[in-house]
Write a protein that binds this ligand. Structure first.
Ligand SMILES: Cc1ncc(COP(=O)(O)O)c(C=O)c1O
Length: 468
């Protein structure tokens, strides 16, 4: 009997499908790779010669040579001149391992407040822009990019943001980032390196603001928010040198910063030489009233503006942009260069094409109408199925802030809703105080319109289950 590592090559079990989708060499590669990974062909096992295997399978020798060459390049086979082909000595049988897990939650009815309508992503138009980007890209475009972002995207954004948000955008002071989160994170670290120790935030305000401030070694200072937005008189009494806020649409109350507060805020920043950080997370999605312009346009040297593709197109694109005051533009560009060498280029070129062809405007116009309809449905469903809950969010947007009926705790409701496949967020996540009314944020961005009623019925069922 011959030993598998001995002089005689074993017969291989390789099935060839001549009408299959894979080429013959891909089929041989796939079969051998799988047998080696499963330990059926152990390290050192001698394989048939290319001529022998070709004759056995009745295919040309070149096909076997191609397959062996590819597997040698992948490290599965060792081929040396004048010696038989063997399974490489270094291969190990791959023991079964648990599949890689994702850290992100998924829900059948995802009503978390920051999710846009992913099904409405204009994939066809985006693909056209990606194709145009790759077709028009020159060889040099594949080298390390300008860490601030592609000049043509910075120009397209400057035109776009000037037109739709009233921003005073300078392409030279614009930095393309991996979403809002990276922009704000780079900024907080830059502030810390300038000796700043605290940043004021809205309370309630986006959890992500507080998280990034704390992770950058800074102290968040909570400032209350009322129906006119952040209370500037309280801000003026604290010693923070910067404030982050979402003036066009406060997250999560929905308040719009009133003209009076806008003027007070800019006056505070100018007289105290402080920085305003504008999180314009959903600026163009206002659907129930006239657009509210960006604060940055009023005081570009005092306001650092951050926007991103997440709510406007899809979070998975991970593209954001910041318009920096001139004194911060260079330090932030340098930080971006050190952080990751600049944003991914094909996506930037695609977004440039997408904006230039008017697709972003078209998509947002469509989404404003769609979100307006969905929000009406959401309100109707809440009135029908949860009449004792109170809607306390103002105005526009893709979610409601819902004050829960007496006896319902937000954490209990969120857990009971999750067990029914429904995802939502509690207000507690976004505020400092641990007491106060029990509220949840219910988004309608990602749900198809017809599913909203059923989802709210599930929420009301969950609410009944946890009522004490
Ligand atoms: C308040 C707020 N700011 C900013 C963002 C966008 O963050 P990013 O661009 O990193 O996805 C979101 C996203 O949901 C948000 O809710």
């Amino acid at each position: 009997m011959s030993n598998s590592t001995g002089p005689v090559a074993p017969r291989l079990l390789i099935e060839i499908d001549r009408g299959g989708e894979l080429t013959l060499h891909e089929q041989i590669e796939g079969s051998l790779r799988a047998q080696i990974q499963a330990g059926l062909l152990a390290a050192g096992t001698r394989l048939p010669s290319t001529r022998g295997l070709a004759a056995e399978l009745r295919i040309s020798r070149g096909v076997v040579t191609e397959a062996y060459g590819q597997l040698a390049a992948e490290g599965y086979l060792s081929i040396s001149r004048g010696a038989p082909v063997r399974v490489a000595a270094t291969v190990r049988r791959q023991s079964p391992r648990p599949p890689a897990r994702s850290l992100t939650d998924t829900f059948r009815y995802d009503m978390r407040p920051s999710l846009p309508d992913l099904a409405a992503f204009p994939a066809h138009q985006w693909l056209r822009s990606v194709r145009a980007a790759l077709t028009l890209a020159r060889i040099d475009d594949l080298a390390y990019p300008d860490p601030r972002g592609r000049p043509e995207l910075r120009e397209a954004l400057a035109d776009y943001l000037g037109r739709v948000r009233g921003a005073a955008a300078e392409p030279e002071h614009t930095v393309i980032t991996t979403g809002f989160m990276q922009a704000f994170s780079l900024l907080c670290r830059a502030l810390a390196s300038h000796g700043i120790t605290s940043v004021a935030i809205e309370d309630p305000g986006a959890h992500v603001h507080r998280l990034i401030i704390e992770r950058s070694g800074l102290t968040p200072v909570p400032i209350p928010v009322d129906e006119e937005g952040i209370v500037v008189s309280v801000l003026a009494d604290c010693d923070a040198a910067a404030v982050v806020l979402s003036p066009a649409h406060q997250f999560p109350t929905g308040a719009v910063l009133s003209p009076r507060r806008r003027a007070q805020l800019i006056q505070w920043a100018e007289s105290e030489e402080c920085l305003i950080i504008e999180d314009d997370w959903d600026g163009e999605l206002r659907h129930d009233a006239a657009a509210v312009g960006a604060l940055q346009g009023l005081a570009p040297e005092r306001v650092l503006y951050i926007g991103s593709a997440s709510l406007r197109l899809a979070p998975a694109l991970r593209i954001g942009w910041m318009l920096a005051p001139s004194s911060l533009a260079w330090p932030l560009s340098e930080s971006k260069a050190i952080e990751d060498g600049g944003a991914e280029v094909i996506g930037q070129l695609a977004l440039t094409d997408f904006i230039r062809r008017g697709e972003l405007d078209r998509h947002l116009r469509r989404m404003r109408l769609a979100y307006s309809r969905k929000r009406r449905r959401l309100r109707g469903a809440l009135a029908r199925h949860m009449p004792s809950a109170r809607l306390i969010s103002a105005g526009s947007g893709i979610f409601e802030l819902l004050q829960l009926p007496a006896g319902v705790q937000e954490t209990d409701l969120i857990a009971a809703a999750a067990s029914r496949g429904l995802g939502c967020e509690g207000l507690q996540l976004h505020r400092f105080a641990t007491d106060g009314p029990q509220c949840v944020l219910i988004g309608c961005g990602a749900l198809p319109e017809p599913a909203i009623d059923h989802a709210i019925r599930l929420l009301s069922e969950a609410s009944r289950q946890v009522t004490r």
